[in-house]
Write a protein that binds this ligand. Structure first.
Ligand SMILES: Nc1ncnc2c1ncn2[C@@H]1O[C@H](COP(=O)(O)OP(=O)(O)OP(=O)(O)O)[C@@H](O)[C@H]1O
Ligand SMILES: [Mg+2]
Length: 302
């Protein structure tokens, strides 16, 4: 199922939480949703899942407009809200059976057992939710989001507070279940995005600031720049180097090594090669730089 978010805005009183955000997610995509604290991620996820009304714009899932009253579309969406709210006084199975009841599932007990198996809750299934460790509570949250086999999955920070082993297991679980679903996952962990997502959407102060593949982001496509590391065998005449057509920024690492920046539509490497030849220099390094996702994130959301 596809998700189409168009021109969605939301205000909380005088505060603008979302400002005309638009993007499309195709069926089967696993998209990472990033943004600093307070950017509006959870707000948008609540609007996509129909828990909150937008002030402007619309969300369409598989051709159907999401509205708080539209129960049929909400039954197609699995949602793990931020901070994973659960009924801590209920037993794991009891709680999952209650959720299965909300969705009026035909084979409630079987489905609950299937979810317990899928999310690795078997050993803990007889405990009260309040007795579970954080990682296992997170699994209960995932199980309730998945119990009705939704085509769309919206996970708001599903891996916060997990230890490295649990983290890897939950990521693997998300990867497995995402094979047949459209998934949107918010997180502050960049490695997580790189490990499981094919595409990244970044919002900042309620506005969309990037939407592209991880490769696009790291190679500067989104920020529209190319950075090349160039090292000569000896110091060039810097003023001449600066004059290379298309070069817009030059940073000296030492007297013979530089980082040069251009617009992403201009590849400076051929010109740098010709510069070296014309100035009787030997090129020791000529390499397009990839940025880390952290750097890109910081530049886009500073
Ligand atoms: N119910 C509310 N009433 C008033 N303001 C709210 C409410 N919910 C969210 N906000 C504000 O809207 C903005 C966006 O919040 P939101 O929770 O969507 O951010 P977020 O990107 O999920 O942040 P985080 O990474 O910290 O979870 C914040 O400034 C927040 O204080
Ligand atoms: Mg949030």
């Amino acid at each position: 199922m596809s998700i189409s978010v168009s021109q969605v805005s939301k205000n909380y009183g005088i505060q603008k939480a979302l400002d005309q955000v638009s993007f499309n997610i195709s069926t089967g995509e696993l998209v990472g949703f990033l943004g600093p604290n307070g950017a509006g991620k959870s707000t948008l996820m609540k609007i996509i899942t129909g828990y909150l009304c937008a002030d402007g714009g619309s969300v369409v899932i598989n051709g159907e407009t999401v509205e708080t009253k539209n129960i049929s579309i909400r039954s197609q969406i699995g949602y793990l809200p931020e901070n994973n709210p659960l009924y801590t006084d209920l037993y794991v199975r009891e709680y999952l059976e209650m959720v299965a009841g909300f969705y009026q599932l035909k084979h409630k007990k079987e489905q609950v057992l299937k979810m317990i198996e899928l999310t690795g809750l078997k050993a803990e299934q007889h405990k009260k939710i309040g007795m579970l460790s954080k990682g296992y509570r997170q699994r209960v949250g995932l199980a309730q989001a998945l119990i009705h086999d939704p085509a769309v999955l919206i996970l708001d920070e599903p891996t916060t507070g997990l230890d490295p082993n649990q983290l890897e297991e939950i990521r693997q679980l998300i990867r497995t279940i995402s094979a047949h679903k459209t998934v949107m996952i918010s997180t502050h962990i960049m490695q997580e995005v790189e490990a499981i997502c094919s595409r990244v959407i970044i919002i900042n102060q309620g506005k969309l600031v990037a939407d592209g593949s991880i490769l696009d982001l790291k190679s500067g496509q989104i920020e529209q720049k190319q950075t090349v590391l160039v090292e000569f065998n000896k110091a060039p005449e810097v003023e001449l180097l600066r004059k290379i057509s298309g070069l817009r920024k030059l940073e000296a690492i030492n007297s013979s090594t530089f980082l040069v920046e251009s617009d992403h539509t201009i590849d400076l490497r051929p010109a740098l090669f010709h510069f070296a030849v014309a100035n009787q220099l030997v090129l020791l390094t000529l390499k397009e730089q990839q940025q880390s996702l952290e750097n890109v994130f910081q530049e886009l959301t500073r």
